[in-house]
Design a protein around this ligand. Sequence first.
Ligand code: SF4
Ligand code: SF4
Length: 127
Amino acid sequence: MAEISNNICCECGACCAYFRASIYWGETDEATPGGIPMEMCEKLNDFFVFIKGTNDVPPRCSALMGIIGKSVHCSIYDKRASVCREFTPSWENGEPNPRCDKARAAHGLEPLTPNHWPKPGNFPKAA
Ligand code: SF4
Ligand code: SF4
């Protein structure tokens, strides 16, 4: 799922309302202090849980606040799971992410392009 750590994702949130966010139970706060709150999760099997809402039809993570495609934030940002932290928006690292594109398309949003990201020469100069 999305790492909502940049303006682009804060104006999107599509992946948080498209994929089931399955998490190894060891990432919950039952096993790891400061982990994702177990109360936000439901059991998937003996080893995995999923974040509530992401297995619904249609899916929407219960931690996702705001309006998709406009303005969103993650209410458990500091405690979100690795699956969320590791999900990269297309072209953030110079490569497309087809899963990002797919989630955005499902919510009527165009895929990101390299032009969505600052180019090296466009960063403001230090004072
Ligand atoms: S926990 Fe946060 S980052 Fe992860 S799917 Fe939910 S809203 Fe998105
Ligand atoms: S779908 Fe892509 S752009 Fe949208 S929140 Fe997820 S990672 Fe960010």
